[in-house]
Write a protein that binds this ligand. Structure first.
Ligand code: SF4
Length: 472
């Protein structure tokens, strides 16, 4: 008996909520599975989509702050129960009860492979399963986002803005971690295991000139370097052998260079790869400083000229009334930046959503705006960046600016003598812009640490970089 014509909806809830520029790998794999089985499917990109024609709609959500789509909110309880299937870290990542978290994560991680509907179709990707989706083996359907990208181009956006949806083969070579970071979705993982083989997700499509349509590879591995040496060594060699530029989007664990007996081999092998963009590591905890410094010496010895970036996690468990915790967090951000600057590396602020609860949350926004834009970070201190904002504001408001960049001491002197409250010839008063006001608020909150804060705000890569630390 031929099956009735089916239509399946796929929903990238983060995309619909404008919260991401990353294609959703699970949805691409689901699309690959439906494509293999000749099932009609569509990426839904309209909040008001008519859901009647769809037999099932799979909603995936990565971020907990992502809103559910309008068509889901408006669906009847019956439809919600029978038509929709929901999954992804965005549905449980902020669960604080550890047992509930474990239950929800396990359920989520297994739900597609246990899905009755999917299990009524053939697995075309090999392995031990005859039916249903094998998520590790399933080849993603790389055209899933084409209609969305075309729509954006018609709306006037540059196609290049959406290259993540179009130019990369995407997958996990390994999964899992051993670090148990409390803020991470992998906090309960104890091991790293091989996941997909490269050929299971490496795209070979070529255009009419014989060029690869997707010439790059990006990898979502959680902690690739902490895998068994045989695993990372083999995978790295396979990546090198493709000749394609690749990158680990979640960063690599720099500490492994210091902890592993193969640390030097890692640094040497990575020095030979065709890496796409900056190498990204993580320096999430200040207590890791000795390990990070040891690893940096090894890294820079083999990779003295490679762009190297470190994610700097911050803002976790901030609360309005915990002044000490707030100061410690700000202090640790700048001290980590100082270490990175001495080794000529750049930082990238990654804020946990708890930063919103900090006593002066805007300081995180200002630090991120400075640190995450390399043109600022490499050339100016945080203070200089902040004062440039003030100058920019004054010039835009039509004030005469005699000195575009003031040291903190010069600013302070002008501030105390009423320079920013004086009327100009138009009768207008110069005011303090929001970034500068935020810095002043932080200084006012911690009078006992004022000197230390000003010193940290003046950390500057050009002054701190010290090649003698690794040139030996
Ligand atoms: S090292 Fe990275 S992947 Fe591992 S638990 Fe920590 S944040 Fe998560």
């Amino acid at each position: 008996m031929p099956r009735r014509k089916l239509k399946i909806g796929l929903v990238d809830a983060d995309l619909l909520c404008n919260g991401t520029r990353h294609p959703n790998l699970v949805l691409m794999k689901l699309a690959g599975f439906f494509n293999d089985n000749g099932i009609d499917f569509k990426l839904i990109i309209d909040q008001d989509e008519d859901i009647k024609p769809y037999k099932y709609i799979y909603i995936s959500r990565v971020f907990t702050f992502t809103q559910e789509p309008t068509f889901y909110k408006n669906a009847s309880p019956y439809q919600k129960k029978h038509k929709f299937r929901k999954g992804g870290t965005g549905f449980y990542a902020n669960e604080l009860n550890i047992n509930k978290y474990r239950y929800k994560r396990e359920k989520d991680m297994n739900q597609l492979e246990n899905d009755e509907f999917l299990n009524s179709y053939t697995n075309h990707c090999g392995g031990s399963r005859t039916n249903g989706i094998d998520l590790a083996r399933q080849m993603p359907y790389y055209h899933l986002y084409d209609e969305f990208v075309d729509l954006k181009v018609r709306e006037g956006f540059k196609r290049d803005k959406y290259k993540d949806y179009q130019q990369y083969s995407i997958g996990f070579l390994t999964r899992g971690c051993i670090r148990h970071c409390p803020f991470c979705i992998n906090k309960l993982e104890d091991r790293i295991f091989p996941y997909s083989k490269l050929e299971w997700f490496l795209d070979e499509e070529r255009d009419e000139h014989g060029r690869l349509v997707r010439p790059y590879i990006y990898l979502w591995d959680d902690n690739f370097l902490a895998a068994d040496p045989e695993v990372w060594r083999t995978c790295l060699q396979q990546l090198i052998d493709t000749g394609r530029p690749f990158q680990f989007r979640q960063g690599l664990d720099e500490r492994m260079l210091a902890e592993s007996p193969c640390g030097e081999e890692m640094a040497e092998m990575l020095s030979r790869v065709h890496y796409h963009g900056d190498f990204i590591f993580a320096f999430d905890n200040w207590k890791d400083r000795p390990k990070i410094e040891k690893a940096l010496k090894i890294w820079k010895l083999y990779n003295p000229k490679k762009g190297t970036k470190f994610y700097l996690f911050c803002g976790f468990k901030q609360s309005e009334d915990n002044r000490e915790k707030f100061y410690k967090d700000i202090w640790e951000i700048f001290q980590r930046i100082k270490v990175l600057m001495t080794y000529g590396c750049v930082g990238y602020i990654m804020r946990h959503e708890d930063y919103h609860n900090a006593p002066i949350s805007n300081i995180y926004i200002q630090i991120a705006r400075w640190c995450n834009q390399q043109a600022f970070y490499k050339k100016m201190s945080f203070w200089e960046y902040i004062y440039r904002n003030q100058t920019y504001w004054e010039q835009k408001a039509g004030f005469e600016v005699l000195k575009e960049l003031k040291s903190f001491e010069e600013f302070q002197q002008d501030y105390e003598t009423g320079y920013y409250e004086r009327e100009d010839e138009r009768g207008k008063i110069r005011k303090i812009c929001k970034p500068l006001q935020t810095v002043l608020d932080v200084l006012e909150m911690f009078p006992e640490s004022r000197k230390e804060l000003i010193e940290m705000f003046n950390f500057k890569l050009l002054n701190l970089i010290n090649p003698t630390l690794w040139n030996h």
